[in-house]
Design a protein around this ligand. Structure first.
Ligand SMILES: Cc1ncc(C[n+]2csc(CCOP(=O)(O)OP(=O)(O)O)c2C)c(N)n1
Length: 548
């Protein structure tokens, strides 16, 4: 005999390796059954972390994400992370308890309605359909690349319902939009005629594994390439790549991009950050966009090709009438830039006038210290500019910016746990602010317990500096934007990590020694940086906000 929860676990097990969870009355039987099925269970300490860890597990490994929480309060604690996963097109199954089939108890809420409100479908299992319903949920998560909820009503979770039998085949429907051959041919002709072509790849290129074909396309037309912040290093050949575009980009490289006459945008939505609030491309540039969305996502787009990103890029490559039409020296201009310091950034002044560290100097020194096998996980906040501009990225899965789609902070610590499960052989480096770090503090315990080898970099400026730099300048009361000097090194030590408070650049030597010793464990570097050094990308945001 086996329970409804065991049927759910049995249907899930062929599709997942890992599940991240917090246990409660609503999912106790499920977790037990998943473990019995051989699925690896990782405990996190806050339910937001269950989804955040699973989401980062997918982003880093490409494998289906799974999380679990109990009903009611456990479920509602997951919502912010769940919105992020759904909007970031992460195939994720969240299994939760739910109100009994007999109706809500005083501590229940209408969970399916909350799911509907955030655009995430709920698949509620019954006594006799748990296997089929769970399989349908997995099918939707994968076919639509989205998050789904499997809900187990409280009164059926532990009911014995007999042998689950073999789960039905997944039979994934092909949801790729049909390619318009004329649109492909026109895009290919336009690209082939370009004198200074530029190919910009975004996360859609990473998600569909388009890196190789985009590399061939760039080679065929003689294009300069670049990426959005979430697709760094997707092009296999770095020689003609200007790296990240937008506010994290290098000034001269962005000037080069502005000189492009034809731009091919692949799997990038062209948001305000990528486009530098509209300034990335020259006014005369023709902009071709390949995306699976219904329509072009930006007014600058002059030609839209709808399709699966990798498939459409391949079709454009196949349809090229000529090869290598670009201006002599166009691609080589990237090499010149590289010689002149494309990958070097302002080294900072060591110390800022307020006696705290210049974050640019810390970022520069950390770029030397951090091991090359790293997977960087970055939470959100003003500090994101430092890791993104100063630390090279070896492959797309080695830099994960979490929370970007929903613009949420506070998912960094549990995301590091998911990345560690995805890449156990790598050093996991978390880049977090003090604000986001405190929001997710419960899962510092999970990081110390679960990350085999990791470094937690806290950009500790005693402030919500994204706010200080914007609203502080406008004269709003600073007090709510400030945070006391929190001792993250002490917090780390209390939970079993090694750590250092970093007040001078020399204080980073202990981290360098630790990295050199190649020891396992987690090292918390509590970097006391100055809030007065504002990142260039943030200046762009401030300028755009004040021109409105
Ligand atoms: C869940 C959530 N709450 C609040 C915000 C607004 N917000 C954006 S950045 C930020 C400050 C983050 O502070 P910290 O982590 O210390 O990084 P810093 O900006 O100081 O570099 C805040 C509060 C948000 N994006 N998400």
């Amino acid at each position: 005999m086996s329970t409804v929860s065991a049927h759910v676990a049995h249907a899930l097990a062929p599709h997942i390796t890992d599940v991240f969870g917090v246990m409660g009355n609503g999912n106790a039987y499920l977790i037990d059954a998943l473990i019995a099925e051989g699925v690896h269970f990782t405990a996190v300490r806050h339910e937001a972390g269950t989804v955040a860890a699973a989401d980062a597990y997918f982003r880093t490994s490409g494998r289906v994400a799974a999380a679990t929480a109990t009903y009611g309060a456990g479920y509602t604690n997951t919502i912010t992370a769940l919105v992020e996963a759904a909007r970031a097109r992460v195939p994720l199954v969240l299994v939760v308890g739910d109100q009994p089939t007999t109706g809500p108890r005083p501590w229940d809420v209408d969970q399916a309605m909350i799911g509907a409100a955030i655009g995430v479908d709920t698949f509620t299992v019954g006594r006799h359909d748990a296997t089929a319903v769970t399989t349908a949920a997995v099918r939707q998560a994968l076919a639509e690349r989205t998050a789904v909820i499997v809900a187990i009503p409280y009164d059926v979770a532990a009911q014995e319902v007999g042998d689950p039998g073999e789960p039905p085949a997944l039979d994934l429907p092909d949801r790729r939009p049909a390619l318009d051959a004329d649109a492909v041919a026109s895009a290919a002709a336009e690209l082939a005629s370009a004198r200074r072509p530029f190919i910009l790849a975004g996360r859609g290129a990473v998600l569909t594994g388009a890196g190789r074909v985009l590399g061939e396309l760039a080679e065929a037309v003689g294009a300069v390439t670049g990426t959005t912040a979430t697709a760094r290093s997707v092009f296999p050949d770095a020689r003609h790549d200007v790296g990240v575009t937008g506010g994290f980009g290098h000034e001269e490289a962005m000037a080069l991009v502005r000189g492009a006459d034809v731009v091919l945008v692949v799997g990038a939505a062209l948001n305000q950050f990528t486009t530098r609030f509209g300034d990335l491309f020259g006014p005369a540039a023709r902009v071709i966009q390949i995306d699976d969305k219904k329509d072009a996502t930006h007014p600058s787009v002059t030609r839209f090709v709808r399709g699966d990103v990798a498939e459409a890029a391949q079709a454009v490559l196949d349809a090229l009438p000529t090869r290598g039409a670009s201006e002599p020296g166009w691609q080589e201009s990237v090499a010149e830039l590289t010689q002149r310091g494309l990958h070097r950034r302002h080294p900072g002044d060591g110390m800022a006038a307020d006696g705290r560290l210049d974050p640019r100097s810390v970022a520069t020194r950390l770029a030397d210290i951090l091991p090359e096998d790293r997977v960087v996980v970055s939470d959100g906040g003003h500090f994101i500019g430092w890791a993104n501009s100063y630390w090279p990225v070896a492959a797309p899965h080695r830099m994960q910016m979490v929370g970007t789609e929903y613009q949420t902070i506070g998912l960094g610590l549990p995301s590091a746990v998911g990345a560690a499960r995805a890449c156990p052989e790598s050093t996991i480096v978390l880049s977090t602010g003090d604000g986001g770090g405190l929001m997710a503090l419960a899962d510092l315990e999970s990081v110390v317990r679960e990350v085999r080898r990791g470094v937690v970099v806290v950009w500790n400026d005693a402030a919500y500096n994204a706010e200080v730099s914007l609203y502080g300048r406008r004269g709003l009361d600073l007090a709510p934007m400030l945070i006391p000097d929190v001792d993250f090194a002490g917090l780390g030590r209390a939970l079993g990590a090694e750590s250092a408070v970093v007040r001078t650049l020399e204080d980073l030597d202990s981290l360098a020694d630790w990295v050199r010793a190649e020891r396992d464990g987690v090292f918390v570097v509590d970097c006391r940086i100055s809030p007065t050094v504002v990142a260039p990308y943030q200046e762009e945001i401030i300028a755009a906000a004040s021109s409105k």
